[in-house]
Design a protein. Structure first.
Length: 295
């Protein structure tokens, strides 16, 4: 929503219009659906390095990739991500220590969450993703409008660079969220992370069911929501967006998303926090909610 203050006869009213998502969602498309590396240009806000040859080499590689996640890769190099989760990391209320835990990051993309879980001491971190942009839940009209090169664009370039730079042992596997199962993933996980994925899926409840199938402890479900849908009561409303623009299919009400998580088979669902996640260089952003779902 775009916030405006209207003054009438000395009285101020805060007004919000449902155009808030338009800009962030268009930019989200550009972040997740990158142009080929040859067409990429350096971000004007890209950081300097520590002055070392290794830092200069790393920065040159970073500038060839369009980043969704903001991550410190060392040598003074921070990826110019569309979202920077670091300032709001505490709002996800993750365990400080994951020592001994097996953790899954669903739809990892650049890998921010996977590397964060490793940093917190997880014994094993598995990061799943689709292979190419063609594997996204694309509306037929949107798919038809994309070139063969765009559809063939691979998803793991940023992850691979970050993994090498961080000296990480996170294992990335090509597994669609709809294909998650204990058999496919070699068992279940103490913690499963699903962040900003459900709005891009044609069948979010099926995805939640597959996430539940590989969760033996807790799943953290974070996504964008529409705070005004709940003004109509806890009726589980969803805003259907059709998937054509920016391959966003849904915006959820808080009550609707919570009920979907419960219906996926989780025993308890707890709302941990709500906050605005600001896109890069923007002063407003889509409101986000974080749920913890326990088996």
């Amino acid at each position: 929503m775009i916030a405006r203050v209207v003054r009438l006869s000395g009285v101020e009213f805060a007004v919000r219009v449902d155009e808030r998502y338009a800009g962030p969602l268009r930019a989200l498309k550009r972040a997740i659906w990158p142009k080929p590396a040859a067409a990429a240009t350096a971000d004007p806000a890209a950081p300097s390095t520590d002055g070392s040859a290794a830092g200069a080499e790393l920065l040159a590689k970073v500038q060839q990739i369009r980043w969704y996640h903001t991550m410190d890769l060392g040598h003074g190099v921070v990826t110019p991500g569309f979202f920077d989760h670091r300032p709001v990391l505490r709002r996800y209320h993750l365990p400080d220590s994951l020592s001994g835990c097996r953790v899954l990051d669903v739809a990892t993309y650049n890998g921010f969450w996977a590397f964060e879980f490793e940093r917190r001491g997880a014994a094993e971190v598995v990061a799943t993703d689709i292979a190419t942009m063609a594997d996204i839940d694309l509306a037929p009209a949107r798919r038809a409008a994309m070139s063969a090169a765009e559809l063939a664009q691979e998803t793991g370039t940023g992850f691979a660079l970050a993994r090498t730079a961080l000296g990480s042992k996170v294992r990335r596997e090509i597994v669609d969220v709809y294909d998650l199962s204990p058999e496919r993933m070699g068992g279940t996980f103490d913690l499963v992370m699903c962040s900003d994925l459900l709005l891009h899926l044609t069948n979010p409840i099926r995805a939640l069911q597959r996430i539940r199938s590989v969760t033996r402890g807790s799943a953290y479900i974070a996504d964008m929501y529409d705070q005004y849908l709940d003004h109509y009561g806890p009726t589980g409303l969803l805003h259907y967006r059709g998937g054509t623009n920016d391959y966003v299919w849904w915006t959820f009400s808080l009550s609707g998303l919570e009920q979907m998580i419960r219906d996926a088979g989780f025993r308890t669902v707890t709302m941990l926090d709500r906050f605005d996640l600001l896109p890069r260089h923007m002063t407003v952003g889509p409101p986000h909610v974080v749920f913890r779902a326990d088996v």
